[in-house]
Design a protein around this ligand. Structure first.
Ligand code: ATP
Length: 442
């Protein structure tokens, strides 16, 4: 069972090893914003690549899009975001802290100061960030940072359908930044005001919507499990009718058991024909599909799986984190911290470790590193004892360490150590890329 303590350890590891830093740290940080460091950017990129691969590359019914963050303000009027994308905000009269009314504990006590019945009436607070386009800051120049990537897909429906010649059921996938002026960001990268979403809008004939909704619920669960989230930590939670968004007839959340409890990782919603109809009405453009075979025109229904790249990255980190006792080679044990990340997600795939900084070993280690580099993200580390270097790679999840030793000079082979089992195998240098390719399919 993950504990809050484990969260601290993961946050600590992220800072210490260059995965995630507090943003603007030299100025004391900035309101729950985070920067991904050299290893974190690789990890998050691998999470996004795994999503893109399963959603776009491996399917013939889904295409990609990269829409602008700034869109015509009319988009947000038509989508309903201007009127209804709000959270209920309350203030504690006692300590002045602000909270989301729907996130308060049942006890009625202020989570900050403990005061009872101290909250103001809830006010609706719009979560969209406002800005101005151009030099004049007047009402005509107001624009919004997108709070979700989905609307970029809806407004491009006709462009994409006609140019890609896809027929429903077909989908459009997009990865990109979204912005929400969250009242209470927190829990590290779980809830931030600037985050990345991976959303896919799947357009289907209205009569098939229930089938595809079920399909995507199962498919998305499978994706998380396949990349290493244990079954015991994952569940699908259907929304109660009163919880549903105004546009949705069915929504389920894929939830992960975070150290503080179950939390949403991904939402899968049947958005009906709400968005296309709204944009058609508001823009005056036709956003329909003509089904030639059945001679009928219809507005497709939309099934949407929407996942946060940062939340997914956090779940993969928490699920992978382990501290274990291992033999220290001197008859005793020692602690090792290891990230059992799926190799597809690991920031570094292999580390080349010359046994020492000997002048005969360095050139051959460099040559091996040069041969691996075009194929994999690699690291070369020659400082400290070999045991310490293994630990450094274990704690950032590097699946393979390639040790170059004095025997390498004679037998042209290296020792490949597996992160999880810690077993070692002697592999000829000539066959090293092929060997690693077999273990790391992409
Ligand atoms: P929540 O109830 O946690 O506020 P939501 O239901 O509003 O989330 P959606 O609008 O369904 O979230 O967004 C889809 C996904 O985007 C979420 O499942 C989550 O992974 C991610 N996401 C949403 N808001 C944030 C945020 N503030 N920070 C990080 N990720 C987010």
């Amino acid at each position: 069972m993950a504990t809050p303590d484990q969260m601290d350890r993961v946050v600590n590891l992220c800072k210490r090893r260059g995965l995630v830093f507090p943003s603007s740290e030299i100025y004391g940080g900035f309101r729950s914003t985070w920067d991904y460091g050299p290893l974190g950017v690789e990890l998050k990129r691998n999470v996004k690549d795994a999503w893109w691969r399963s959603m776009v590359q491996l399917r013939d019914d889904i295409v990609g899009l990269d829409a602008a963050i700034l869109m015509a303000p009319k988009v947000w009027e038509a989508s309903g975001h201007l009127a209804t994308f709000t959270d209920p905000l309350v203030d504690c009269r006692s300590c002045k802290e602000r909270f989301r009314a729907d996130h308060l504990p049942g006890s009625g006590a202020c989570p900050n100061c403990g005061a009872k019945d101290s909250f103001t009436e809830a006010r609706h607070f719009n979560l969209m960030f406002k800005t101005f386009v151009g030099p004049v800051e007047d009402d005509a120049a107001v624009a919004y940072l997108r709070p979700e990537t989905a609307q970029g897909i809806f407004v491009n429906f006709a462009n994409i359908q006609t140019t890609s010649r896809k027929k429903p059921p077909f989908g459009v996938a997009q990865i990109g930044k979204s912005f929400r002026n969250e009242i209470t960001p927190g829990n590290f990268i779980f809830r931030t005001r600037e985050f990345e979403q991976m959303e896919m809008e799947y357009f289907v004939p209205p009569g098939d919507a229930d089938h595809w909704y079920e399909h995507w619920c199962q498919e998305r669960l499978r994706w998380h499990l396949d990349l290493g989230i244990p079954e015991s930590k994952l569940r699908l939670r259907p929304h109660d009718p009163e919880e549903l968004s105004h546009y949705s007839t069915a929504t389920s959340d894929v939830e992960y058991e975070f150290p503080w409890g179950w939390g949403e990782l991904e939402g899968i919603a049947n958005r009906t024909d709400f968005d296309l109809k709204q944009h058609a009405e508001s823009s005056g453009q036709e956003l329909t599909y003509f089904d030639q075979e059945n001679d009928r025109r219809y507005v497709p229904y939309v099934i949407e799986p929407a996942l946060g790249a940062d939340r997914a990255t956090l779940a993969f980190l928490l699920a992978a984190y382990e501290e274990e006792d291992v033999a220290n080679g001197k008859g005793g044990t020692e602690k090792r911290t290891v990230l059992h990340l799926d190799p597809r997600l690991a920031p570094i795939k292999a580390a080349v470790l010359p046994l020492s900084r000997n002048e005969r070993l360095t050139p051959i280690a460099e040559e091996i590193a040069g041969a691996l580099r075009p194929h994999f993200m690699i690291d070369v580390d020659s400082s400290g004892s070999i045991g310490r270097r293994y630990r450094r790679q274990d704690e950032v999840g590097t699946p393979y360490c390639v040790t170059v030793d004095f025997d390498t000079l004679d037998d042209h082979a290296v020792t490949v150590r597996d992160r999880d089992s810690m077993t070692q195998e002697r592999i000829p240098v000539d066959g090293l890329v092929t060997y690693l390719r077999e273990q790391l399919p992409w």
